[in-house]
Design a binder for this molecule. Structure first.
Ligand SMILES: C[S@@+](CC[C@H](N)C(=O)[O-])C[C@H]1O[C@@H](n2cnc3c(N)ncnc32)[C@H](O)[C@@H]1O
Length: 272
């Protein structure tokens, strides 16, 4: 057993160049104790094995690996989602898409048929299933490993019975039509100098060609075929991206800014 004093913990933070806040987050994950409780603890008891794991995790963090990848989970819209090296860690700006869906569908009892295109952890579709109790969702991703994570998250959040999972290159293996299509596709330009920690996310979840528009060009022309007549597409965009010119059979209804005041989520509808 190792008795780790608060003072030693602070020394370790400095030695590894990891903030005290993040050091406590890593410790709370190892000890399976709430972060807030650790704050007021003077010393911590760790088994030899847990201490070794804790030091290893500090060292991973010192090399810029995101906390979410180390602990295997990330919070989105107030709940935790399992994440792995095969999934993009959910981002707070993606919550803008959820807010936009809520604005357009205030009745949470509506029986929405949802398609989550490029599901990753499933954070978007699962959050919507938790909000819209009568909805169903079809989760699509080209990565079978990512889809396994989405499946696991759907089980954890008890929405698996309303969920379907399809490995598909965008719409290729998708049948039927939907009230709501949600998507946060990859939209980073191939040569964009991302910071080191972002590169722990899978490349297929980030990059979309020289101008970052490849995924929009692949998705948008097929959307109207899969949307019900009154259906809506909610799609995330990157900094200054213009997507409404890509197709002539969709009309842009609204663009919503994220908390940093950057245009982040768009709503489009079918031209009848
Ligand atoms: C930016 S991530 C979004 C993940 C998740 N929806 C979120 O918001 O956190 C994009 C996702 O699209 C998936 N993807 C990339 N290319 C795809 C394709 N051609 N067909 C289907 N999914 C694809 C990636 O595997 C990744 O999970």
């Amino acid at each position: 057993m190792i008795n780790l004093s608060n003072q030693r913990l602070k020394q370790l933070s400095i030695e590894y160049g990891v903030s005290h806040h993040e050091t406590l987050l890593l410790l709370s994950n190892i000890l399976k104790q709430e972060y807030s409780k650790l704050f007021f603890t003077k010393s911590y008891q760790l088994s030899d094995e847990n201490y070794e794991k804790f030091i290893l995790n500090l060292s991973r963090r010192s090399k810029c690996e995101p906390i979410a990848k180390i602990v295997g989970e990330k919070e989105f819209y107030g709940v935790k989602f399992k994440t792995t090296q095969d999934t993009l860690d959910p981002r707070p700006e993606t919550e803008t898409l959820i807010e936009l869906v809520r604005e357009y569908y205030p009745n949470t009892l509506q029986q929405l048929k949802i398609l989550d295109l490029g599901a990753g952890t499933g954070c978007i579709g699962i959050t919507l299933l938790k909000l819209y109790v009568n909805a169903s969702c079809c989760f699509v991703d080209i990565s079978p490993n990512a889809l396994d994570v989405a499946k696991k998250n759907a089980q954890i959040h008890k929405v698996d019975t309303q969920s379907q999972f399809i490995v598909s290159n965008w719409f290729q293996n998708v049948n039927g039509d939907f009230d709501v299509i949600v998507s946060n596709p990859p939209y980073v330009e191939t040569e964009y100098p991302l910071d080191k920690s972002t590169l722990y996310d899978p490349a297929i979840a980030l990059f979309a060609g020289a101008d970052g528009m490849d995924a929009y060009r692949a998705i948008l022309p097929s959307v109207s075929k899969y949307l019900r007549p009154d259906g809506l597409l909610f799609i995330e965009i990157g900094f200054c991206q213009q997507i409404d010119k890509i197709t002539s059979d969709l009309r842009l209804l609204c663009t919503k800014k994220d908390l940093s005041q950057i245009n982040r989520a768009c709503v489009l509808k079918r031209l009848q």
